[in-house]
Ligand binder design. Structure first.
Ligand SMILES: [Zn+2]
Length: 547
């Protein structure tokens, strides 16, 4: 039991914006109306937020593991965690190891993370790594927009069958939702092609287009009653002029729920690398007039990182542009991924536009319930750099100072210098916690209401925003003090949230011959066993299906 007294509380989900209020936590790690006994934390003069929720990150599984292996040069220069009674050893850096990932997230006050790209074929490994990430709770999304068994059903016009196939894969992967990456483009990449036009048939198909995959998958997520809508990485990521693809994609989604991943990478004008410019004003206007759609920024911070994505064709292009190391993985007939280390430099025209565009979206989309803090870790920068972005959002002066390092020729290509908005603490609490929790459909996260999980972070108020958000005084996870005065006090194992959609019992027998035709693994060994998930919390989605 725990009592937190005297803190200035920010709980945007309940309209509480900096009110001094006491909080009480029961023996089950949830908020309650009062408790007798237990520890009291005097938070007088401090700021209390719900624990951070990362709506889009890459922390476990084949791709990030490949990134760790490809960057041994990063290991010696990074923060190392030495084993103690409460913690295991690990490395920070561009692609932190599993244990370090949990310590670093919790150390900044984040208590839930969404691993945004899991191939079903390697889901077992991903769950093993997720189980090794301490403290934080997790969700994971299954890669589904390039799965050939599903694409074949869509090509044939068998929507209902495609829906059953998706439901089957979701439960096979023990997943929380659907991620669509470059719909059709990753499948086409196996033949050295991409999918650049939403209305052109994809390589190997006569009718099926990226546009059809996008609308049908979004509908499938809704009809399966998934708590999180389709999580979409649009076609033409990173390419000059891709704003037209992004806006066309959004038109395909009109009237449906959707979450657009890392929209910074999809908001460019121009027709080449020399003419690239920010088109965030257009994209932000779309979000401002369509309140049902959410996004995460995919903001860029300057410095070293490593890029990892299922978008194989894009990674090959990035390798050609930079000449740096490149890794590519094919995941049989489901998806793939590419890995390229990268350095964002303020002196580089494209990087400067990207840096500005991420901040612009966060500042120009008016409703903080629609746009969330992310760097698409590790693609735009590592998650442990979030406090730097928070400072940039809260302080127009700091932005102006950073703009001085940007070459003059970039200034006409961005709008950041003209934006005066500064986030309030309440708006930061939405962008880092309440908003992403709502978008993920995690009702007990991102808020401090009675019955919700007692995941919270307590900061000492400081004019140095980076220091304040980078070094909370206390972090509490499910009612347990896990971080205190910069030390890891406890490292409990978090939970994993899964969905169980309704699935026609005949789907197994439909899948078996198709599966046996093309997979290397046997059908029986493919689904992840529920027993593999160490602390599962299963959401039964079967009731409201079949609209
Ligand atoms: Zn991503």
């Amino acid at each position: 039991m725990l009592r937190i007294t005297g803190g200035k509380v920010y709980d945007p989900a309940h309209g509480i914006d900096g009110v001094v209020k006491d909080l009480f936590v029961d023996d089950h790690g949830r908020f309650t109306s009062s408790v007798e006994g237990g520890r009291t934390i005097d938070a007088t003069g401090m700021i209390v937020f719900p624990g951070g929720v990362d709506v889009h990150t890459h922390v476990a599984g084949g791709a990030i593991n490949f990134a760790r292996a490809m960057t041994p040069e990063d290991h010696r220069r990074t923060q190392a965690f030495i084993r103690t009674k409460t913690r295991r050893s690990g490395l920070g850096g561009m692609a932190p190891t599993t244990f370090a990932t949990g310590y670093l997230y919790a150390g900044m006050g984040w208590t839930t993370v969404n691993e945004a790209a899991v191939p079903v074929l390697s889901a077992r490994h991903t769950h093993e790594e997720l189980a090794d990430i301490p403290i934080v709770d997790k969700t994971s999304l299954t890669l589904m927009a390039n799965n050939e068994i599903m694409l074949d059903q869509m090509e044939k016009g068998e929507f209902e069958r495609a829906k059953q196939v998706v439901a089957w894969y979701l439960w096979a992967a023990k997943s929380y939702g659907i991620k669509a990456v470059n719909p059709g483009g990753v499948a086409a990449w196996k033949w050295g092609k991409d999918a650049k036009q939403l209305s052109s048939p994809i390589e190997g198909y006569s009718k099926l287009t990226p546009g059809v995959i996008i609308t049908q998958l979004a509908r499938i997520c809704d009809e399966l009653n998934l708590p999180h809508p389709m999580h979409l990485h649009c076609n033409n990521l990173g390419v000059p002029g891709n704003i037209s693809t992004t806006l066309e994609t959004l038109k395909h989604l009109e009237g449906q729920r959707a979450h657009i991943a890392h929209s910074q990478y999809h908001a460019y004008g121009g027709d080449g690398w020399e003419t690239i410019c920010s088109e965030t004003v257009q994209l932000a206007e779309y979000f401002n007039s369509h309140p049902g759609i959410t996004t995460d920024a995919g903001a860029v911070v300057f410095g070293n990182t490593i890029t990892i994505t299922a978008d194989g064709p894009w990674q090959h292009l990035l390798y050609k542009l930079t000449g740096r190391k490149w890794g590519n993985l094919d995941v049989e007939n489901e998806t793939g991924c590419g890995i390229v280390p990268y350095t964002y430099r303020p002196s580089n025209l494209v990087n400067a536009v990207q840096w500005a565009a991420g901040l612009e979206l966060l500042l120009l989309i008016r409703d903080p319930w629609q746009v969330f803090l992310s760097t698409d870790h590790p693609n735009g920068g590592c998650f442990w750099r979030y406090p730097e972005i928070i400072e940039l959002l809260m302080c127009a002066d700091v932005r102006k100072e950073c703009l001085k390092a940007i070459p003059d020729r970039v200034k006409s290509k961005i709008t950041l210098a003209e934006i005066d908005r500064e986030y309030t603490l309440g708006e930061i609490a939405i962008a880092m916690s309440a908003g992403p929790a709502r978008a993920l459909g995690l009702a007990r996260k991102g808020n401090l209401g009675i019955g919700s999980d007692a995941d919270l972070v307590i900061y000492e108020e400081d004019t140095n925003i980076q220091k304040m958000f980078g070094h909370p005084r206390y972090v509490i996870k499910a009612g347990e003090v896990v971080i205190e005065d910069g030390d890891i006090r406890e490292a409990p194992q978090g939970r994993e949230y899964l969905v169980k959609p309704a699935c026609d019992p005949g789907t197994d027998e439909f899948m078996r011959p198709l599966f046996e035709d093309c997979y290397t693994m046997s059908f029986e060994n493919y689904p992840v066993e529920l027993e593999r998930i160490e602390h599962p919390e299963i959401r039964d989605c079967s009731e409201a299906t079949g609209k």
